[in-house]
Design a protein around this ligand. Sequence first.
Ligand SMILES: Cc1cc2nc3c(=O)[nH]c(=O)nc-3n(C[C@H](O)[C@H](O)[C@H](O)COP(=O)(O)O)c2cc1C
Length: 175
Amino acid sequence: MSCLTDNILTRRSIRAYQEKPVNSEDIKTILTAATWAPSGNNLQPWKFAVIINDKALIKKLSALTIYEHWVQTAPCLIAVFLDPESSEGLAIPKLHMKHVQSIGAAIQNMLLVANDLGLGTCWIGEILKNEKTLKNILKVPLMLELMAVISVGYSGSIIQKGKRKEVDESVICWK
Ligand SMILES: Cc1cc2nc3c(=O)[nH]c(=O)nc-3n(C[C@H](O)[C@H](O)[C@H](O)COP(=O)(O)O)c2cc1C
């Protein structure tokens, strides 16, 4: 099995973190991986807000989700946004959907590279309901669309075995 396949199969969402801080170089590597994701028309529609080793701010943001109890243990949160200005004036069919897919690819790159660096992550979508408040707290432009918050840190829990359906259950046809 290749290292990449092994990384994909062993990555799990981490929902408890050690006190240990994360270093900015690792976060930079994670963001670089994000920006090397494919994107529709190579428009790279992503923007990131990084909150690192700032306990007070992390606590404030954690309160925007029902997962506050473990999100606040993360030493780093990365808010991922879709920037509609990346495609201003372009009339490309289904562009918003392509942007959302591109950002999904960028986030997956982040999770995998973090795993490779020995860092745990969790993709937090539940926080999207509080997009407006999050943008106010972080003072990010209102036109940016919140896609997810990713928690990053050294795992503070035993990594569980994942669960998936059998591949065949997801294959509609194979001709
Ligand atoms: C779009 C999206 C939103 C998610 N939102 C949350 C969330 O709000 N809270 C959470 O604990 N996990 C969240 N997750 C993580 C999933 O629960 C997790 O990936 C799934 O259960 C499979 O587990 P694994 O990542 O350990 O393989 C989200 C994942 C995705 C892709």
